[in-house]
Design a protein around this ligand. Structure first.
Ligand SMILES: [Zn+2]
Length: 394
């Protein structure tokens, strides 16, 4: 990788008792979050995510943080703290552990389950330490305290890192949803307590954090979904993130209410929802979820498919359906719901998918996000409706 500022040279030697914080990715971009804390020669890594390529980067599968500065110092790494299970926070871990598989991973129950499943595909069995909010752990010279934060994936944590150099707080991604689906609020009391102690460095970043106002509640989306389900006459195909367990829960609930069966489509969706169900983060009424292979035996108005591809990712199930490159064929009368906010930068890819879907089935394509709920009303099956909103990543 070419260095953007070769004239700067290597940073100065770390003064005794000083804390150095080095972001290796995630600043000025949505993805590959990774921050390294250094104290007295020891390193603590917070998150190790991937960035997904843009359309002008053909042939690129994933973009990793720049590990160059770490390669010669892997023995100095105490652990990797993972704040939550999104790909842009854990997706790079297999590539770092390939260099040194025994670096311990620290995270919540769900976060560790998601990364362990991913590492299994890379044939790596990691050393892990499960933590929860309120827990405090010494990780080498780093005294780490974990704080609950609400996010679009359950079980997210912020981490307060104490060293003799001071108190640094890394919030991870967070939302301020006051009525979260799982009742787990961002712990403002803990942040207030930390601020009373005296935070020397606050690292805080969340997609669309610069947009003023309140984030809509995740549970508000259920009314949008119910409206679409009530009016759909044939199959319903919902695209969402494979990690958006709360959103998938609401789709399952709507399907159950309307007497439809649900099949998960796509490897990451099937894997993650299996984990979420096993660990109790996803409530699935018995008999609701069926294998995709059995769908042909059901009438169209009894079927819901939940797949990936809400951001127009070219290899995701929905994009492949739009390209007629998937076993599931979109036909006239199907309703397609893009059940996640449009992440800035993905506009072209998403509209390409919507165009493709419309071509095959004159499909009613509805974007259902909390902020667009008043606009995301179902339309006749022969028109393509897409309402997008630049709301926070919800
Ligand atoms: Zn996130």
């Amino acid at each position: 990788m070419s260095h953007p500022h070769p004239e700067l040279g290597a940073p100065p030697k770390l003064p005794k008792g000083g804390l150095r914080v080095t972001p290796l990715g995630g600043l000025g971009e949505i993805g590959r979050n990774m921050t390294v804390f250094e104290y007295e020669g020891r390193l603590l890594i917070v998150d190790c995510g991937v960035l997904f390529p843009e359309e002008e980067q053909p042939g690129v599968d994933l973009i990793l943080p720049d590990f160059t500065t770490l390669v010669d110092r892997l023995d100095d790494v105490e652990a990797i703290v993972l704040t939550h299970g999104h790909e842009d926070h854990i997706g790079g871990v297999p590539y770092l552990l390939r260099l040194k598989p025994d670096i311990p991973l620290i995270g919540s129950k769900l976060t560790l389950a998601l990364i362990e499943a991913k590492l299994q595909e890379h044939r790596i069995r990691p050393y892990t330490l499960e933590v929860a909010e309120g827990r405090r752990e010494d990780v080498g010279p780093f005294d780490c305290e974990f704080v609950a934060v609400n996010h679009s994936i359950p079980d997210a944590l912020a981490v307060a890192i104490r060293t003799p150099a001071g108190l640094a707080v890394h919030t991870g991604d967070f939302k301020m949803d006051q009525l979260p689906m799982d009742g787990r609020l961002t712990d403002l009391h803990a942040f207030a307590r930390l601020s009373e102690e005296g935070i020397d460095l606050l690292l805080s970043d969340s997609t669309n954090a610069e947009v003023p106002g309140f984030v809509p509640a995740e549970r508000d989306i259920s009314n949008v979904l119910r409206g679409v389900f009530a009016n759909a006459r044939k199959r319903i195909i919902v695209a969402s993130f494979a990690s958006h367990i709360h959103r998938v829960q609401q789709i399952l609930d709507a399907a159950h209410e309307h007497g439809r069966k649900v099949a998960f489509v796509g490897r990451s969706m099937v894997r993650n929802m299996g984990i979420a169900r096993d660990l109790g983060y996803l409530r699935v009424p018995s008999g609701l979820v069926v294998d995709v292979k059995t769908l042909d035996d059901l009438p169209d108005d009894k079927v819901v498919l939940i797949c990936t591809g809400s951001q127009g990712e070219p290899m995701a199930a929905l994009s492949r359906m739009a390209n007629r490159d998937h076993q599931i064929r979109i036909v006239q009368g199907d309703t397609v719901i893009l059940a996640s906010s449009l992440i800035p930068g993905n506009e072209n890819a998403v509209y390409r998918v919507i165009n493709g879907l419309s071509r095959w089935g004159r499909t009613s394509s509805t974007r259902a996000t909390p902020r667009s709920m008043s606009r995301a009303t179902p339309r006749p099956a022969n028109c393509c409706t897409s309402t997008t909103s630049a709301s926070r990543r919800t």
